[in-house]
Design a protein around this ligand. Sequence first.
Ligand code: NOJ
Length: 723
Amino acid sequence: MDHMSRIETLIGSMTLAEKLGQLTMTAAGYAVTGPVIAGDSTDAIKAGTIGNLLNLFDAGHVQQLQRLAIEESRLGIPLLIGFDVIHGHRTLFPVPLGEAALFDPEAWGMTARESSHEAAADGIAMAFAPMLDVARDPRWGRSAEGPGEDPWLGAQIARAKVRGIQGGDLSAPGALAAVAKHFCAYGAVMAGRDYASVDISERSVLEIHVPPFAAALAAGVAAVMPAFTDLAGVPLTAHVGLLRGLLREQLGFDGVIVSDYNAIAELMRHGVAATLADAAALALKAGVDIDMMSNAYRLGLPAALERGSVTMTQIDAAVRRVLALKQQLGLFEQPYRRGAAAESAETRAGRRRLARSIGARAIVMLTNRNAVLPLAGSLRRLAVIGPLADAAAEMGGPWSLAGDPATHVSVLAGLRAALPGADILHASGLAIRADELPAMQPTMDICDAADAIVLCLGEAADMSGEAACRAHLGLPGQQRAYAQGVLDRARALGKPVVAILFSGRPLVVPWLIEQADAVLAAWFLGSEAGNAIADVLCGRVSPSGRTPMSWPRAVGQIPVFFGQRPSGRPADGNDHYTSRYLDIPNAPLFAFGHGLTYGRFALSNLQVTPLVASEGDTIEVRVDIANVGARAGQETVFLFTHDPIASVARPLLELKGFGKIELRPGERGTVTLCLAVSELRFLGPDLQPLIEPGEIEILVGPCAERSQLLVQPIRLRVTAAQR
Ligand code: NOJ
């Protein structure tokens, strides 16, 4: 039977309850990701009144439930099983913010593909990923789950992830349906507090928050999840303008919109619906097809239908989209294919190797004074201390629901394996959140005996991710006092201290950056964290990660990001009435894109052709790079633009590209980047895209710190402002 007629025949024969079942997704309770948990769904699956499940993995479990739907429900429609495959499944890769630091679309795609294959082998057909929320406020715990502060970067990640998760053919056994989430502007929650209100300009929504989703749509993403939050008073789950208008009509999205967890019922708490039936009607009318965990469609839509606030045509349209997705996933033809074959030991080992190499590349070396890293080969005794030194379970980070902490590698284990000849001394010193500082003596004894100290500090895995916001962005508990004790002792003894920071966000630790000899941002690197860190510490891998979020000097600077507008009174130390703080500089401690390597690079000879460009041209940007350091390394260069005079004030820097080059000491090379003139389009005063004639600055360099960028102005010759 052809696909359309199968779907239409099914819709024609479904009862209302069966239709609403296809629009319902319920947690199976194997993993818990939200506040409400449904009871046993067995009877509802048999009755055809639950058509989709989440929080279930393991092929055996999945197939058992799938069998109920296929064999025991009247119409035999397969279940769609979704899961939070956020940064790996059983094998964990770095948290998305850490992976963004790779600036490597191929790597982003590879980990997405591997995660999908692994999750598919567990019977899963839909990944609630990629998370595409641009985040400029590190207090927001969900910064860890996304691409960081920049919309252009978010769009590159979106494309790579959607292609990686879905592959070329959704019905392939290893392919999952991707869900671009959370549409949109969730990252702009007030004061960085999760689920809080969002109230930003339409321009910010369109320029900053929509582009990663537009890129996901262009890459063919199967589904979109609206954010929990409201935008200027309208919850996204009921946002007709953004869901029906922008997403469906303007951007042409005809895939599935799946609500977030209990988000339809929460329309009542938002204060826009009085009853569950009202909430259900609002969501359906806005375009939400699947109700995750509210039971609002099952319980509320019959009443809403009866009183005419929704129509059967609207219900059928949603059912059609859900069935079409099941069809595309090949679930009708082969409902048991995902999870049919166990993966080989070789496949699993290959994935661990990938996790190790991606993990090492995600590390951002923030400082490295006197080239203290890599650790000298002659080193005999190493102190590996601090609450995160032997913390295998924490290494997975947030959203590691299917990962087995027992298989994660701690820093201690990684270094022991990497340095079999060295004497590794360990004390954890204190717990991550310890309120009181325990006796320092055991730690001091170890520091006294060691040649160098690796001090592992930071957050626990559950201190970032959903509902994990922090008002203070320093080290939790008594870690600062502990670390200060270690730093003081090490200074007195003349021993180097290398600090490894674990976090799902930039931390505000200027005192540590100031005093430690080297600091590595290790995010949460996943299953192979300890091995990846050991690879960098021992010099097997030259660090190459670049921070995708600015690192603030103080919480009071937040939001601090490179894409700020100029101001009529730009900061000027000699002029009181300018835009600045009295107590700290405006600039972050580490700019977006910062990250050192074991090489040292000098950029020169920026060449841009043509210098006068027209609509339709592609501008070629070349820059020479020399490794003037003593070790090999990979340099990343960023391409920014700035439009100094436009009809709307443009950000001081806009990211438009990046490139990489590996160079041995003394070696030189050239990086070539391309920029289509159409990329210089922006939203004019009426929010319509246009391109204006005049000067554009092309800026290239190692990070978003203007003083480190080479600049070449060009002229755009377009007849007049062109739409
Ligand atoms: C709530 C989160 O916001 C969302 O990202 C996730 O996919 C769902 N829970 C399901 O766990």
